[in-house]
Ligand binder design. Structure first.
Ligand SMILES: [Zn+2]
Length: 100
């Protein structure tokens, strides 16, 4: 029966908002353009399994490029826990900005 438990956990609604969507906003360090990106918490995350073959954390990597022809690549790595709640965020080439 463990299998069904595992399966059903894939369909559990995420804790935040319940929409299955997470928005990030980053600012390009070169041209200061703010780029928003939507992350689908069900399609865009890859699971990292622990020793018990349960999904312990999820990782999402995105490369964002602005539209102002500066072509700076902003690489974002987000880590979520098993309930798809954000627990860590890394960024290169830009910085995270707070959505007002
Ligand atoms: Zn830029």
């Amino acid at each position: 029966m463990d299998f069904f438990k595992k399966l059903s956990s894939f369909f559990t609604a995420p804790a935040s908002g319940g929409s299955g969507t997470y928005w990030i906003a980053v600012e390009c360090l070169r041209c200061h353009e703010v780029i928003r990106a939507r992350i689908n918490l069900f399609n865009d995350l890859s699971a990292n399994f622990d020793d018990n073959e349960k999904a312990a954390t999820y990782t999402c990597r995105k490369v964002l490029i602005g539209q102002q022809h500066c072509y700076q690549q902003i690489e974002v790595t987000l880590t979520f826990n098993a309930r798809r709640k954000l627990i860590d965020q890394q960024i290169q080439g830009g910085k995270f900005v707070e959505e007002k």
